[in-house]
Design a protein around this ligand. Structure first.
Ligand code: PEP
Length: 257
């Protein structure tokens, strides 16, 4: 199967522009030492996109944004559109729970953003996940089903094939609390089942599904060994070049086995 695992670093608001450039440059240097059989994406903040995109040429690291606004242009103070980032990035995270919480993005709006990004040749990474309360109440499967159903109702086969989905339980993001790998596997299999029902099993297997939430080089193995996730979305650990690339290396090797 021609599926390459994917490791995405979400730098959030963690770095100043100067530090972001330094971190990227250190990562780029380390990339020349080893081979990473994996696709690697880092998502800096908007002010650093242009400089880091220029630095990223031939580095083996692709650049993504952390979000976009759902309109292409217009009077939207403080927002950033796909048209403004498209010369710098090839990827964009959407539906991150921190954005959903801060901006109230609905599943429908996130799907709209996914379509907009695809129209402009940018690959969306769609985040989904359940809250701590829903997890505790045993609602994980129903929440994920609702989120996936909205996505599947609006994306066609070709679009979906290009769109990685990141399962990120909200209670695992930035908390150090890790879900059981069987639980993650159950959600990944549910997403594949839903894709198979709407389209077919071939597409269900080919769409890349990631796990995200407190991933480190020390704990990543449990989520990538076995038939489940096709990679990881990493927040905190992704601003540390050695740790992030140690994660990427493990993901690549686990997948190659
Ligand atoms: C994230 O921001 O998507 C994330 C998974 O963060 P962390 O790895 O810090 O939990």
């Amino acid at each position: 199967m021609d599926k390459v695992p994917l490791v995405v670093g979400n730098w959030k608001m963690e770095l100043s522009h100067k530090s972001a450039v330094e971190v990227f440059s250190a990562m780029k240097k380390m990339m020349t030492i080893k081979e990473y059989p994996v696709e690697i994406v880092v998502c800096p903040s908007y002010p650093s996109l242009a400089v880091i995109a220029a630095e990223s040429k031939a580095s083996g690291i692709a650049i993504g944004a952390q979000n976009i606004y759902h309109e292409e242009r217009g009077a939207h103070t403080g927002k950033v559109s796909v048209v403004q980032i498209r010369e710098f990035v090839t990827w964009c995270i959407i539906g991150h729970s921190e954005v959903r919480a801060a901006e109230g993005d609905s599943d429908l709006l996130i799907t709209q953003k996914a379509k907009l990004l695809l129209q402009h040749g940018i690959t969306p990474i769609v985040c989904i996940g359940e809250s701590e309360a829903d997890h505790a109440a045993g609602n994980t499967i129903s929440i994920i089903s609702l989120q996936i159903d909205v996505l599947l109702s609006s994306l066609d086969r070709v679009s979906l094939l290009k769109t990685p989905i990141a399962y990120e339980p909200l209670w695992a993001i930035g908390t150090g609390v890790l879900p059981d790998s069987n639980e993650v596997c159950e959600v990944v299999l549910l997403i594949r089942k839903k894709i198979a029902e709407k389209f077919d099993t071939e597409l269900a297997e080919r769409v890349r599904i990631l796990y995200g939430g407190s991933v480190t080089a020390e704990n990543v193995q449990q989520y990538i060994s076995g038939p489940c996730a096709d990679g990881v979305l990493v927040g905190g650990a992704s601003v540390h070049p050695r740790d992030f690339l140690a994660i990427a290396e493990q993901v690549g090797h686990a997948y190659a086995r």
